[in-house]
Design a protein around this ligand. Sequence first.
Ligand code: GTP
Length: 311
Amino acid sequence: MSQPPPAAHHAGHVAVIGRPNVGKSTLVNALVGANVSIVSNRPQTTRHRLLGIASVPGGQLVLVDTPGLHREGGRLASSALNRVLNRAARGALEGVDAAALVVEAGRWDEEDALAYDTLRASGLPVVLVVNQVDRVADKASLLPYLQRINEGREFAALHPVSALKRTGLDALVASLLAQLPEQPPLYGEDEITDRSQRFLAGELVREQLMRQLGAELPYATTVEIESFTEEPSPKAGVMYRIGAVIWVEREGQKAIVIGKGGTRLRDIGKRARERMEQLFDAKVFLQTWVRVREGWSDDESALRSLGYGDS
Ligand SMILES: Nc1nc2c(ncn2[C@@H]2O[C@H](COP(=O)(O)OP(=O)(O)OP(=O)(O)O)[C@@H](O)[C@H]2O)c(=O)[nH]1
């Protein structure tokens, strides 16, 4: 008896691009599922930050962030800088197969248009993700909105979705997969680890450090989750009590992380806590400290205690 030919498998890197707060993280979480998958044993490229991996029958989406595309303060550059940006984008988008441009339903401004232009200039297929459609009461208004955006532009597909309510996502995944090369999964099941919440808590603090300090972030900064306990919460069901230590090398760096009157550290802690609550679906009580460990990067046992020892 002859076997049917195996169905084509598509896999590749998808850059998730969009203005702050349009719902990129919510979308990635929804696509990836309950567990944020992080590749455990392969060095990551510095250009892309791996956001998550969505493996579905017939394909694998490797979702990445492209920090090189963003300008200071999270804003894309004005169009006067377009050429410079395009040059930077070519580097930032190297190795990326397609882009998901996330916008807020009903909104399309200069920054969105510039992001589109940049992506197209890099030759990438762009799938438009019109997020937060659950907030649009008059669904009929979406059609002229989509037509207006589509006018004179070449999207690979347009998808109204709600990342929060998880609607429209299957069709979006199918469109994204169609843009990816036919090839086996880039990451095997054995390479993908559903990391523990404790590990993720550290990553979320690290993420906020990167976002809020940017180029000011001292090179050797690292985050250690010192304590992580769970207790019942009458309102939220579960509450996590988390203690995070941000290790820096020198006193001067400590001052940078803490900021004037402690405002920066407070902001980092607040944003990281909000992310944890979103991701863990629980209440989180997060305490953060900044400590100085002189010359820690030379000290092998210290490195090991921070989880850098055996890879
Ligand atoms: N109603 C509604 N709210 C959404 C949807 N997607 C995201 N949000 C909310 O929008 C806010 C921002 O979402 P995030 O996922 O943090 O947005 P982001 O684009 O990752 O933001 P940055 O990290 O600042 O770039 C959160 O309060 C989400 O709950 C959606 O589909 N519908």
